[in-house]
Design a protein around this ligand. Structure first.
Ligand code: ATP
Ligand code: MG
Length: 417
C-alpha cells in the first residue's frame, strides 16, 4: 500500500506530538517527584546545597575571625608604638579636645595617667602648646619643629620641640597630630657652649686690664704700707688707713675677678662628691653653729670625673652664700646639702638648700652675672665662678625655692664614663 504525501505528513506530525507528550509527561513526573521530595523533607540536591552553603558560611566566619584578629593585632601594635614612643604624641580634635596623649607626652607635660581631659587641656594652655596647635588648625598647614620654652621645668623638661600636622578626612579638617620631643639636653648644651664662649671672651678682654690694675694696686698698697703712721700728724692717719683698706679690698676684687676670668683648665681626677661636700660643709659648720644652726650632708653621692680644687671652691661658695643669706635675715641657719644620682639621665644632682630669705624668681638668672651682689662687701663673683666651674664640667646650675623656705641651688653634673 502506498501512502500519499499528506498521509506521510500526518504520520510525521503524529509522531512529533507523541514525542512532545512523552517529554512533557516525563518532566511533569520529575517535577511531581521533586515536589513530593521537597514536601517530605530534604532531598539529596538540597543536602548538597545546604552543605555548600554551610561551608561558605564557615569560611566567611573564619575570614571574619581572621580579619578581627588582624584588626586587634594592628590596634595592639599601634597602641604599643604610641606608648613606646620616646617622643610625646598628642592627637586633638577641632576644638582642641584631647583624643590621644601617650605616656611620654604625659611625662614631659607632668600629667598623671588619670588626669582628666580638661586638666590636660589646661596644662596645654599654660605651657603655650595650645597656641601652636591652634595656629596649625587655623592655617590648616603644618607647623614644623617649633621650639617652646616651658614656663616651669616639669620633671626637668624645660624646652620641647613641637611639630603639628593637620588631620584631614576626605579633605575635611578634623583635628591635628602633634609630636613633641624633649630639647632640654640640646638647649643645655647650647647654653653651655654660649656660656663657655662668652666666658672665654670676657676672660680675654678683661684679664689683661685686671692684671694691670692689680699691679697698680699692689704698688699703691705697698707705698701706703711704707708710710710710717707714727711719723704723720694725727689728722692724716685716717686717710692713710683708708687708702690701705680700700686698696686691699680692691686687690681682693681684682684677684677674684682674675680667678673668674682666667681660662678654665681642669685637672681631671676621680672626685668623690660626698667628700667634697663634707669638706665644704666642715668649713662653714662652725659659723652655722655660732648662729644656732647646723649644716647637714645627705643622700646618694656619685664619684665623677672632675677638677677637685675647682669643685670644692664651687661648693664652698654655695655654702658660704647660704650662711650669709641666713645671717642677713637673721635666722638660725639650716643648711642641707642633698644629693641624688639620676641613672636614667646619667647625672648627679647636688642641691644646697637653706632656710634664708630665698632668691625671688625675677633674680634667679641675674644672680649668676659677674658683679651682681646685694652685699655691702660682696664682689658678686661667687655664683658667676660657680657657674663657670660647673659649665666647664659640662653641667648646669640653677636656683629654685627650697622646701626649707630659702634658696635651693641645684648643681647637675654628668656622671663619669
Ligand atoms: N643662698 C642664697 N640666698 C639668698 N640670696 C642669695 C643666695 N646665694 C646668693 N644670693 C644672692 O646672689 C647674690 C650674688 O651671689 P654671689 O655669690 O655671686 O656674690 P656675693 O655673695 O654677693 O659676693 P661674693 O660671693 O663675691 O663675696 C648675692 O649677693 C645674694 O643677693
Ligand atoms: Mg658669694
Amino acid at each position: 500500500m502506498t501512502l500519499t504525501p499528506a498521509a506521510y505528513t500526518l504520520l510525521g506530525l503524529t509522531a512529533l506530538v507523541a514525542v512532545l507528550v512523552a517529554v512533557l509527561t516525563f518532566a511533569a513526573l520529575r517535577f511531581a517527584a521533586a515536589a513530593r521530595e521537597s514536601r517530605n523533607g530534604r532531598g539529596p540536591g538540597e543536602d548538597k546545597l545546604s552543605a555548600a552553603l554551610q561551608e561558605a558560611v564557615t569560611r566567611l566566619q573564619a575570614q571574619e575571625r581572621a580579619t578581627a584578629a588582624r584588626a586587634d593585632a594592628s590596634e595592639r601594635l599601634s597602641g604599643e608604638i604610641i606608648s613606646g614612643l620616646s617622643a610625646g604624641l598628642l592627637v586633638v580634635g577641632l576644638k582642641g579636645e584631647i583624643r590621644i596623649l601617650n605616656p611620654a607626652g604625659r611625662r614631659m607635660l607632668n600629667l598623671a595617667e588619670a588626669a582628666p581631659p580638661d586638666v590636660c587641656r589646661r596644662a596645654l594652655d599654660e605651657l603655650s602648646l595650645s597656641a601652636v596647635i591652634d595656629e596649625c588648625l587655623s592655617t590648616q598647614a603644618p607647623v614644623v619643629r617649633r621650639s617652646v620654652t616651658l614656663p616651669e621645668a616639669k620633671h626637668g623638661v624645660s624646652h620641647v620641640g613641637i611639630t603639628v600636622s593637620p588631620l584631614f578626612d576626605d579633605a575635611q579638617l578634623h583635628g591635628a597630630i602633634c609630636l613633641f620631643t624633649d630639647l632640654t639636653a640640646v638647649k643645655d648644651l647650647e647654653e653651655q657652649l654660649r656660656l663657655k664662649d662668652s666666658l672665654a671672651t670676657v676672660g680675654e678682654l678683661t684679664a689683661g686690664i685686671a692684671h694691670e690694675f692689680r699691679n697698680g694696686l699692689a704698688t699703691i698698697h705697698g707705698y701706703g704700707k711704707l708710710i710710717d703712721l707714727s711719723a704723720l700728724p694725727e689728722v692724716y692717719r685716717p686717710y692713710v688707713e683708708g687708702i690701705r683698706a680700700e686698696t686691699e679690698s680692691l686687690g681682693q676684687v681684682v684677684t677674684n675677678f682674675l680667678n673668674f676670668a682666667r681660662p678654665a683648665q681642669l685637672t681631671l681626677t676621680d672626685v668623690d662628691l660626698r667628700a667634697i661636700c663634707e669638706r665644704a660643709a666642715e668649713e662653714v659648720r662652725a659659723d652655722a653653729r655660732a648662729l644656732g644652726g647646723d649644716v647637714e650632708v645627705e643622700g646618694e653621692f656619685d664619684v665623677i670625673e672632675g677638677d677637685e680644687v675647682l669643685l670644692r671652691q664651687a661648693f664652698s661658695n654655695l655654702l658660704r652664700n647660704a650662711i650669709e643669706a641666713c645671717a642677713a635675715v637673721p635666722v638660725a641657719p639650716r643648711i642641707v646639702v642633698q644629693s641624688e644620682i639620676d641613672r636614667a639621665q646619667r647625672v648627679s644632682r647636688v642641691c644646697v638648700n637653706d632656710n634664708g630669705p630665698g632668691i625671688p624668681p625675677a633674680l634667679r638668672e641675674r644672680v649668676f652675672r659677674p658683679f651682681y651682689t646685694s652685699k655691702r662687701n660682696g664682689t658678686g663673683l661667687g655664683l658667676a665662678l660657680v657657674q663657670k666651674i660647673v659649665v666647664f664640667h659640662n653641667g648646669r646650675v640653677a636656683v629654685a625655692a627650697s622646701p626649707l623656705g630659702g634658696a635651693a641651688v641645684q648643681v647637675t653634673l654628668p656622671t663619669a664614663g
